[in-house]
Design a protein around this ligand. Structure first.
Ligand SMILES: Cc1cc2nc3c(=O)[nH]c(=O)nc-3n(C[C@H](O)[C@H](O)[C@H](O)COP(=O)(O)OP(=O)(O)OC[C@H]3O[C@@H](n4cnc5c(N)ncnc54)[C@H](O)[C@@H]3O)c2cc1C
Length: 417
């Protein structure tokens, strides 16, 4: 089934009876060449690129809940390529280029909207840091414009420019950044993978990883044992728990991050804005809700709900930045479990166990990484070699100290990234 304007018209005129399911609901087979654990954005994108780029078909994605029920359907949907450090810079640039062709490629509307991202700065020192970051982005081939106060005012007149503590000095503008509809990204990749023969198996929790003589041989699941030539772990906030099934202790902590959405409002914010003096980021969804978030809850947890101090902190930051937000009523809030790494950068790597591969450590920036991560992880799984754009996402950097990518400059404390 392909989507097109003509098709929408035809279905609209004939009672919408021609639409079919987006993917099959297959029973797990006894064995696959590759098993992907985790049906989030990264797992589904990996399966899609394995099939599309490498012609591999005998693949299963095992998801303990439903496809897209994890962080990929819980995030604040910001897509950008504004990283400063080598390693991250080229990877997120690679990912943004994949985003730009994604809807045509998947024949699926993921509502990718390049509405621009403005990172505000509130001091001379912060301006210097953003100028440096902007130069790194431009050197990487991406776009960055350093805006002064009036430049920001033209794009976001509703901000409190003269806040006594945090006056707005300017902003780093990234026009190609923006948003996308989070769960549609999971659905689009799921549909594309299914069309190429990948088995997407929901309600199938992996409970054990089988290893013989240092080589992975399959997985134990709530729906029986499945043999596999290769296994990829792509379970975001559950990375440490699943890796422990293979006897591995990861340098990853799991923390809750909350998000909030207000009632639907008329269009008022037409870019993504981030506060430079508190952790706060906001955009407006196409339905009109203001979608925003802030810091993680600051203690390790597997609960997909948040605590009140973090709510208060986010609301305070929002009020400091744009007092008009006080008039909006918050409709919903929710949490997701983040896989926080010690340097804030991810891992796409093989493990010490033959055939077992790992994709984790996305902290709270992994949504924009979905296409790039899937593309690079598929390359690693299929060829055994890291993709050039993700070559620095090595697991052993936390053991050796070589190649640490501490984008925030906050040291080795997980909850500060
Ligand atoms: C509130 C919030 C806001 C965010 N905002 C942004 C943002 O604006 N921009 C951005 O780039 N990123 C953002 N992120 C981060 C981003 O959502 C995540 O980094 C990314 O989605 C993680 O990868 P994933 O999609 O594969 O994870 P998930 O969707 O969580 O996928 C992992 C899957 O693994 C499954 N699983 C776990 N254990 C098992 C098991 N034993 N067996 C089988 N399956 C298992 C889970 O059920 C889950 O579906 C945000 C996250 C949250 C929670």
């Amino acid at each position: 089934m392909r989507f097109s304007g003509l098709r929408v018209l035809k279905e609209g005129l004939t009672g919408n009876r021609g639409w079919t399911a987006h993917w099959r609901d297959p029973e797990p087979k006894p064995a696959y060449d590759i098993v992907i654990i985790g049906g989030g954005g990264h797992g589904l994108a990996t399966a899609y690129y394995l099939a599309r780029e490498h012609g591999l078909r005998n693949i299963a994605v095992l998801e303990k809940g439903y496809l897209g029920g994890g962080n990929v359907g819980r995030n604040t949907t910001i897509v950008r390529a504004n990283y400063g450090l080598p390693g991250n810079s080229e990877f997120y640039s690679h990912s943004l280029k994949l985003w730009e062709g994604l809807e045509q490629e998947l024949n699926f509307n993921v509502m990718h909207s390049q509405r621009g991202v403005i990172n505000l700065f509130h001091s001379d020192g912060q301006r210097d840091a953003y100028a440096r970051r902007g130069n790194a982005m431009v050197n990487q081939g991406d776009d960055a414009i350093l805006l002064d106060r009036d430049g920001v005012r033209r794009l976001a007149p509703y901000l409190d420019f003269d806040n006594g503590r945090f006056p707005v000095y300017g902003g780093l503008y990234h026009p190609r950044g923006g948003t996308a509809r989070h769960d549609a990204v999971a659905w689009g990749y799921a549909r594309g993978a299914d069309q190429r023969g990948v088995d997407l198996i929901q309600n199938c929790e992996v409970t054990g990883i089988d290893i013989q003589n240092g080589k992975v041989t399959g997985v134990q699941t709530s729906r029986g044992a499945i043999r596999a030539g290769k296994v990829g772990i792509v379970v975001a906030g559950r990375s440490s728990q699943v890796a422990a099934m293979a006897g591995m202790r990861l340098p990853i902590e799991s923390h809750v991050l909350q998000a909030f959405v207000t009632e639907g409002l008329k269009p008022v914010i037409d870019t993504v804005v981030t506060f430079g003096m508190g952790h706060f980021y906001i955009s407006q969804s196409d339905k009109g809700g203001l979608v925003f978030g802030g810091d993680i809850d600051m203690y390790a947890s597997y609960a997909a709900r948040g605590n009140l101090p973090a709510v208060e902190h986010v609301m305070e930051a929002g009020m400091a930045l744009m007092p008009m937000i006080g008039k909006a009523r918050v409709l919903r809030s929710w949490g997701g479990i983040m896989d926080m790494s010690p340097d804030g950068s991810p891992v796409i790597d093989r493990t010490g166990i033959e055939g077992l591969y790992l994709n984790c450590g996305w902290c709270y920036g992994g949504f924009k990484a979905v296409p790039g991560s899937g593309h690079c992880f598929a390359h690693l799984l299929a060829t055994g070699r890291p993709h050039a754009a993700a070559a620095q996402f090595r697991l052993d950097r936390f053991r050796t100290g070589a190649g640490i990518m501490d984008e925030e400059g906050t040291g080795a404390q997980h909850n500060l990234h």
